[in-house]
Design a protein around this ligand. Sequence first.
Ligand code: ATP
Ligand code: MG
Length: 638
Amino acid sequence: MAATRTGKLYRLIVARFRSMGNRGFNNASLEADFIRSYQSYGVRFLFILCLVGALCFSAFWLAELTASGMIFNERQNLRLALIGSLLAFARLTQRHQRFLTTHYSFACSVMVVFTAITTGYLAHLTPPSSPTLVAYWAITTSMVLITLMTYGFARLRAGATLLLGSMVALTAVWFAAKVPHFEATSFHRMLIHLGAANALGYMLYRFAMLRERKLFLQSKRKNHIAELRRMKEQAEAANRAKTAFLANMSHEIRTPMNGVIGALGMLNDQQLSERDRLFVKSARDSARNLLQVLNEILDFAKIDAQKIRLNPQPFDPRHTLSSAAQAFQATAEQKGIRIRHDLTQLPVEVRWLVGDAGKLRQVLLNLVSNAVKFTQQGEVLISARATQPNPHEARLVIDVSDTGVGIPPDGLERLFQPFYQVESGTNRSYGGTGLGLAICKQIIEEMGGQIGVRSVMGVGTTFEIALDLPCSLHPPGNHQAADDTSDFVDSLPAPSSDVRLEGDVLLVEDNEVNAFIASMTLESLGVRCQQARNGEVAVEMFKEQAFDLILMDCEMPVMDGYEAVRIIRGLEADDTARPRTPIIALTAHALTGDREHCLEGGMDDYLTKPFDREALALALGRWLPAATPTGLSAASDA
Ligand code: ATP
Ligand code: MG
């Protein structure tokens, strides 16, 4: 208790001492910084002071010893003790720098008291001495020390410095005048003391000012950097939250959308009246549009979260370009414009390239969809040319030009920013999210290429993509067709084919509506379907019976899809007689990375919800044999 009170008192005195005539900081962290780094200089200064003191006393000691004919007297012994203690203190400042830094004022006070006592005693030993002379030397010498320390470390204002200096000098002179038998040599010595102390103190003061300025700037910069870092972290956290929100929402929306699209897909148009057919068509179109918006937002979320992963494979650029042109043929025809593709400038040597054809197609689809959207008459031209700087690499340049409304010059600069649309506000007539081009830019840059735009208002716009891609000696495998469509599989108009498959399928799905739709779709594809409501039931059923294929939802109560697959793969490993059952994951999580997660978990394929009949047929077709033609397949309208 008493200790804390003393501590408090000590701190109060220190604070008062420090704030006397000095320029306080109005910033606590700066003050702390100052004390820390500044007073460590103070401690170093004490060290130097002790050494200089010890050196001076050694000189006096030697001089007096030779003068007195090498006879030791009490005065010289005391000097010797003094030299010893100064050296000891110098050593202390080295070893306990930390302690002295935090207790700087304390250390200074000890030094001052020590100097006062020893100098007083020395003066007392000097004949002829009187109490006044003793007091005189004690006071002037310790004052010299006080001056030095205060100048150096109390951050005095210039006025206060001047005042203190003159006060010390005046006191000394006043004492000197009072002292009887005062010798001229003593007076000189005193003047030298004071002069040197003031000059040295002032130098320290200047040094301190400079140091302080540097410190202030440093600390300002430090605060600035800390502030920036905090802001950056906040922004990143907000961004992560946004991406997570988008991913969750997409999951939440995709699950019911699966029901809507599936149910609409199952409606048999033939049995509907003309009026109802129109209603169903509107509902289907709207669902597809909604899905497209959802896909775009998701794509952006993926890219924003740096989750975009390229999957480079050999591909045929001609195929990718012409299929992108074809995708919007119907829409263009309805608007009365033409879509052409010109591949004549693609040299024959550039046959196959290695790259992510699916992503490239996604970029092209967005550019072509923009071109068609913003063109009222004329045509959209997709042209490609390639140069081969060496036999292993080709530079592919693709232009998508239109004869549409054009983009104003100030719009060109901001075109690739997310959510930017030239026509914004309430009079928008084109719709869309404004994310398309931002996604394109991200994808192309990820591929190491460039995307640019030129436009003349009222004449037309040209987007240009340039990519450096390795050449492939081998033709693409079967996957190109699948990869090309994977990103847009559920947003493209469904081709009306009638696939018939064969096999026993186990459908594991907890959502009642989705399970109903999926089972109806499966039946319409000709496969026999059994249902399980969660992973546990599925595992039990799997033990009882063999299936040709399992469709496994990933998120389910009781036991999720990943766990169920793990157990099923374990059972298969134990029973070598049993063939491996293909498992297709069904998930509403459409972010890239989920696919890898499913495949790593032992599944063979992946289908994002909502899927329509065609997507399901495509996925099943990879694993199940086609039904042997019967009378039914004659219903095919191809
Ligand atoms: P989304 O693609 O997300 O459905 P969007 O087409 O509006 O919406 P972007 O593809 O990013 O978004 O295009 C951004 C804007 O750039 C468009 O809104 C349009 O103003 C302008 N723009 C893009 N392509 C063209 C073009 N070919 N002609 C004229 N303006 C264009
Ligand atoms: Mg667009």
